[in-house]
Design a binder for this molecule. Sequence first.
Ligand SMILES: [Fe+2]
Ligand SMILES: [Fe+2]
Length: 226
Amino acid sequence: MTKNPFIVINKIVKNNINTKHLAAWETIWRMASLLYPRGGSHGAEHILIVCLNVIDICTKDFVSKETKSIAVTAAALHDIGRFIQAGKNHANVGAVWLRTTCMNIDKIIVRDYWDKVLSSIQLHSAYDQCTQEYHKILWDADKLDSTGYLGLLRMGMRSGELEGTRFLSIDQNVAPLKDELQNKIALFTRAHFFTRQGRVIAKTKVKILTFALQEIEYLHNYFPLS
Ligand SMILES: [Fe+2]
Ligand SMILES: [Fe+2]
């Protein structure tokens, strides 16, 4: 199995979209994948997990092939705006950049399909404006990534978009990791997920994170590092 997340993302999308969108997808991904870093908090690793979450939600919730296709294409491209113009509304920046890119490859674009993909990207952090099923699936898939162990490890080990060590030793990691776990547990106990499978995953992750927090607290009481 290949370990390159860019290749895996490409395969997942190609396996789930109609062949009439393939040429446009290949052209757009060739450009977009050059912008994503491999790691970082919103790089290719995050994008891959969001794509896998989309597939999981669509399969368990019996979502139509067309909606799954739109949601997974949007998932692969949703954070591209972060690497085009820092500090601005990245959802909007990404959608605008992709719209311009799509216009330039007009001949192979199925306009209605890409309009739906771009609206999902534009609204992927705007909970109240997610009206379509494909908007809702992407919102859930994206937010669910930050609840997992991988999300926590990325947050703990890297700062922001650029790869770099945030904490320098295990000793320094304990308190921030506990804070992070507590924040995540609170967030995902409160957060509203649109999809049935999104709610199932969120509940499971709250249980796992609560267990992890208890274990860290228990062990740290007996084996304090400082
Ligand atoms: Fe985002
Ligand atoms: Fe994201």
